[in-house]
Design a protein around this ligand. Structure first.
Ligand code: NAP
Length: 281
């Protein structure tokens, strides 16, 4: 069996073509207004700077604007909260992205939670998470929401399946597990204190690797015919799962790169366009 490649790059490109038309419609209806995503980068971490740049570029590709806010690494929680309040009150801004991680003196959770719910297009607030988990409307956290959109695109069945999510971070593992539960999966959440990880993963119909360690999840822990989703990305182009070992045995898998990453950015843009449509279109 050769596994189906869940091609996030292609699905994101197709989505961008649709979003370009939706943005053009907003402009047409509103006399030239476009959705605006404000991106906040605090400090000088080069990886974060690259991610923010990629997000700004994706906005431009669909005809949206982005507002790049850059703050020094000495920024305090109060200064960042002040900036977020300004952006919340700016009616020209439709979405706010605070790039994670922020410098350690900042209370990141307080800053995420200061983002107004209707501008939380990256899905990082506790309120948005709680609403999503309760089945109420909210923008999904971008990476897990992007994974859900990718699986839906390829008609991967989730209902009734056993999903094992490895990782429980607030921006990935936890919301992923809740989204899968909402989609009627049976969900096991694993983390650094989990015992018998390999045995649990062997039971999975769908495995989501969100560990942050290169090829930590071994190919022989994964059963034949499973769907394999790898959220990791590390130097050398490997993810959190030993993908080379499952390409002939899995039903489907997300490549690294070109799987989850493009869907994360696309979901942020998708949700920004939705927010723009609600307020100007
Ligand atoms: P994180 O905050 O570091 O969380 C890692 C999770 O893995 C934690 O819940 C941790 O458990 C768990 N873990 C660590 N060691 C483990 C072990 N030995 N056994 C089982 N679980 C273990 O990372 P993250 O932000 O969720 O990111 C996870 C991965 O996704 C990274 O590779 C990151 O680069 C990638 N990522 C990709 C995108 C994208 O757009 N493609 C976006 C975000 C993240 P504890 O909670 O017990 O510590």
């Amino acid at each position: 069996m050769t596994a189906l490649v869940l091609d996030g790059k292609a699905v994101a490109a197709q989505s961008e073509a649709e979003l370009t038309q939706r943005v053009a419609k907003i402009k047409e209806k509103s006399g030239g207004k476009t959705p605006i995503l404000a991106t906040i980068l605090v400090g000088d971490d080069p990886a974060s700077a690259t991610y923010v740049k990629m997000k700004g570029n994706a906005c431009r590709r669909v005809g949206m604007d982005s507002l790049a806010v850059e703050m020094p690494s000495s920024t305090t929680t109060e200064q960042l909260l002040q900036k977020i309040a300004e952006l919340n009150n700016d009616s020209n801004v439709h979405g706010i992205l605070l790039q994670h991680p922020v410098p350690e003196q900042i209370d990141e959770r307080a800053c995420f939670d200061a983002i107004a719910l209707h501008k939380d297009v990256d899905g990082v607030t506790c309120l948005g998470f709680g609403r999503m988990a309760m089945g109420e409307s909210a923008y999904g956290c971008a990476t897990p929401q992007g994974i859900m959109r990718l699986l839906q695109h390829y008609n991967v069945q989730i209902e009734g399946k056993h999903i094992v999510v490895v990782g429980r971070s607030p921006i990935l593992g936890k919301p992923m597990a809740m989204m899968m539960l909402q989609a009627n999966a049976t969900v096991t959440i694993c983390h650094s204190k989990t015992k018998n990880l390999a045995e649990l993963i062997k039971q999975a119909d769908i495995v989501v690797g969100a560990v942050g360690k290169p090829e930590f999840i071994k190919g022989d822990w994964i059963k034949d015919g499973a769907v394999v989703v790898d959220a990791g990305y590390h130097p050398g182009g490997v993810g959190d799962i030993e993908l080379s070992a499952i390409k002939e045995r899995a039903a489907a898998y997300t490549p690294v790169p070109g799987g989850v990453g493009p869907m994360t950015i696309n979901t942020l843009i998708f949700q920004s366009v939705e927010s723009g449509e609600k307020s100007i279109g």
